[in-house]
Design a protein around this ligand. Structure first.
Ligand SMILES: [Zn+2]
Ligand SMILES: [Zn+2]
Ligand SMILES: [Zn+2]
Length: 366
């Protein structure tokens, strides 16, 4: 199989492209080396490492995309967004608003390619068709059909940068949600700039939405936006915004909610082949072999008992693609609950020793 450009499908040699255009590193914003995370798509954040995100690159685009339309988008973004990122007064003209919306969508799609091909083949990431559809739309300088974008000011820690893509589901109460999300909330924070958007990947399910953070819409454009403007997004509000919880359905009897498998999960990181998950106590974390997570992505689930220094014992079960804490308490009680679970015990040999868990029987859906 030959590699082809994620956007136009060309099989010309692929070139490296920065997730954020290199101009971001040159405008004088001091992005401190904090942990950068692209996520929480499908529940497991992908660690972008402890470096400013403008150094991250992906090699998924051909040179004609890279040096053509993508580079023109970066030019406009640099001109329009530089003052805003630095917190200086500025404006986004009605004419520039579609370009900024397309840029935000391109940046989010690029960031989601930071996951490996293997991770993507296991369901992490956006469907390939979204990239092809977007390539078509950008030639008309439009984001994907049914998209909405807003622009606001971020009031949290200086030098913070993040890209989050959260899958959302459109549903009618009482009817089970589909096995795939139908739209995505996109959040980009760079310095003082907070861009938020909603992107539909299932055009038939486009609905009118409400946005509870009081910031101006730039797509579809509603008139010029002067900067600074709108209700500031604080550090505390950021996670709420990024999880798509400030968006709602404007259609009666239809709900717009985060796609259940993707949120309300503890933030986990993968270090040295182990998944580290914050424990319910809020002070410690526990870990389990990454192979258990890989198994969960294939629909095979496990249970194990673990503990923290509190001391507190936990009964953990993997579901869909995350680990859920089923019980918390004294070690004895937790171990009794573990013993009582059906399934076959499995011992995983790790460098640090043995990891004992139970492969749970497959429960028929429904
Ligand atoms: Zn291309
Ligand atoms: Zn970050
Ligand atoms: Zn603890």
């Amino acid at each position: 199989m030959t590699d082809s450009c994620a956007f136009c499908g060309s099989t010309r040699p692929l070139t490296r492209e920065h997730v954020f255009g290199q101009w971001v590193s040159k405008i004088g914003l001091d992005l401190s080396p904090v942990r950068h995370i692209a996520g929480p798509l499908n529940g497991v954040p992908r660690d972008m490492g402890e470096q400013p995100p403008y150094r991250q690159t992906v090699k998924d685009f051909c040179s004609s995309c890279n040096n053509g339309w993508m580079s023109r988008l970066e030019d406009t973004a640099r001109r329009v967004l530089s003052p805003i990122i630095l917190g200086e007064p500025g404006a986004i003209s009605t004419q520039d608003q579609p370009v900024i919306a397309v840029w935000a969508q391109k940046t989010a799609l690029t960031a989601m390619l930071l996951s490996s091909k293997e991770q993507r083949s296991r369901g992490y990431g956006l469907p390939k068709s979204v990239y092809t559809m977007f390539y078509d739309c950008q030639s008309r300088m439009e984001p994907l059909g049914g998209s909405r974008f807003w622009v606001g000011q971020y009031e949290g820690k200086l030098g913070f940068a993040a890209i989050h893509v959260t899958p959302l589901a459109v549903r009618i109460p009482g009817i089970a949600e589909l096995d795939r999300p139908q739209c995505y909330a996109v959040t980009i924070v760079l310095g003082k700039l907070a861009l938020h958007g909603l992107v539909f990947t299932t055009p038939a399910l486009e609905i009118d939405v409400t946005m509870s953070l009081g910031i101006p819409q730039i797509w579809p454009p509603q008139g010029p936006v002067r900067w600074p403007t709108g209700q500031p997004c604080t550090e505390a509000m950021f996670q709420h915004l990024a999880n798509g919880k400030m968006l709602g359905s404007a259609v009666e009897s239809v709900e717009l909610q985060p796609w259940t498998p993707a949120i309300d999960l503890p933030r986990s990181v993968i270090v040295d082949g182990k998944v580290h998950v914050p424990a319910l106590c809020g002070k410690h974390s526990y870990c389990y072999p990454a192979v258990i997570l890989a198994e969960a992505l294939r629909g095979r689930f496990y249970a194990f008992a673990t503990g923290c220094a509190c001391p507190q014992a936990y009964l953990i079960q993997t579901e869909a693609d995350a680990a859920h804490c089923k019980a918390i308490g004294a070690a004895e009680g937790i171990s009794d609950m573990y013993e009582a679970l059906p399934g076959t015990e499995v011992v995983i040999h790790e460098e640090a020793g043995l990891f004992v868990c139970k492969r749970l029987p497959v429960v028929p859906a429904g």
